[in-house]
Ligand binder design. Structure first.
Ligand SMILES: C[S@@+](CC[C@H](N)C(=O)[O-])C[C@H]1O[C@@H](n2cnc3c(N)ncnc32)[C@H](O)[C@@H]1O
Length: 237
């Protein structure tokens, strides 16, 4: 006889599917996103055939936590020879990113609604990314919540395996403690070269576009911590 799922577990699954990471106390309204820029990760192969998705074999870059897509739109527009994947599990943000790309007719971006680490493992070929951008990820400021932060030593090693040799890892945050933490552990992560040496971080990064959150925090008088590392040949698998 088939076992029925417990009602409590079913409720949890429904709650989780609507969880809004930006405002954890509020549910996120799931909206149907219909756009030529939007990809359903379940329809991609493992790993995905990105040359077929984009219709060319240009290098591939990833933005994790694209928000409303302002950074990726500007960055992709500057680099038409790079294919960008913009990922976020914030539903409305993915929709806004798609609308922005449609409005600006930027062909070299695809938007995915998914959890970034799961998506990378399932859909990104190892050693394939020419860049990873992570801008103002959720800071989890409470000490007991810090283990939930996306970027830590373990994540830096994990994502290195998906960067091609010479691929760039960019991290930016407004949160002092997060910025200093990443700047301090990165030199100890094997297989990377610090592109800002002798500095471990900077508060300005020439040529790097500012995201919505960076601008919001700067308007509040906060400083942004930029960290930029590059995967070395020794970091190759
Ligand atoms: C504070 S917002 C910043 C948005 C944008 N990067 C900016 O700077 O304006 C952080 C975003 O990262 C997304 N995010 C955080 N962790 C994520 C993960 N593991 N997978 C996918 N998206 C994530 C959140 O949903 C949220 O939209």
């Amino acid at each position: 006889m088939a076992r029925k799922a417990l009602p409590g577990f079913r409720a949890f699954v429904v709650w989780y599917a609507h969880f809004n990471p930006e405002e954890p106390t509020r549910m996120q309204r799931m909206i149907e996103i219909s756009s030529p820029f939007f990809l359903n990760p379940d329809e991609l192969s493992t790993p995905a055939d990105w040359a077929t998705v984009f219709g060319n074999a240009n290098p591939l870059a990833l933005e994790i936590g694209c928000g409303i897509g302002d950074f990726i739109a500007k960055t992709a527009n500057d680099n038409p020879g790079i294919n960008y994947i913009a990922i976020d599990f914030y539903n409305k943000g993915c929709d806004k990113t798609c609308r922005r790309l449609e409005r600006l007719a930027i062909p070299n971006v695809r938007v995915v609604r998914d959890e970034a680490r799961k998506f990378v493992v399932d859909r990104i070929p190892r050693e394939s990314l020419c860049a990873v951008h992570i801008n103002c990820p959720d800071p989890w400021p409470k000490k007991r919540h810090r283990k939930r932060r996306l970027v830590n030593r373990e994540f830096a090693s994990f994502i290195r395996d998906y960067l091609a040799p010479g691929g760039d890892f960019f991290f930016a945050t407004d949160f002092d403690d997060y910025g200093i933490d990443v700047a301090e552990f990165m030199p100890g992560v094997e297989g990377y070269v610090n592109m800002l040496a002798p500095d471990r971080y900077r508060h300005e990064l020439e040529g790097y576009h500012l995201s919505k959150y960076m601008m919001k925090f700067m308007a509040e008088g906060k400083r942004i911590y930029f960290v930029h590392y590059r995967k070395s040949a020794e970091g190759a698998l």
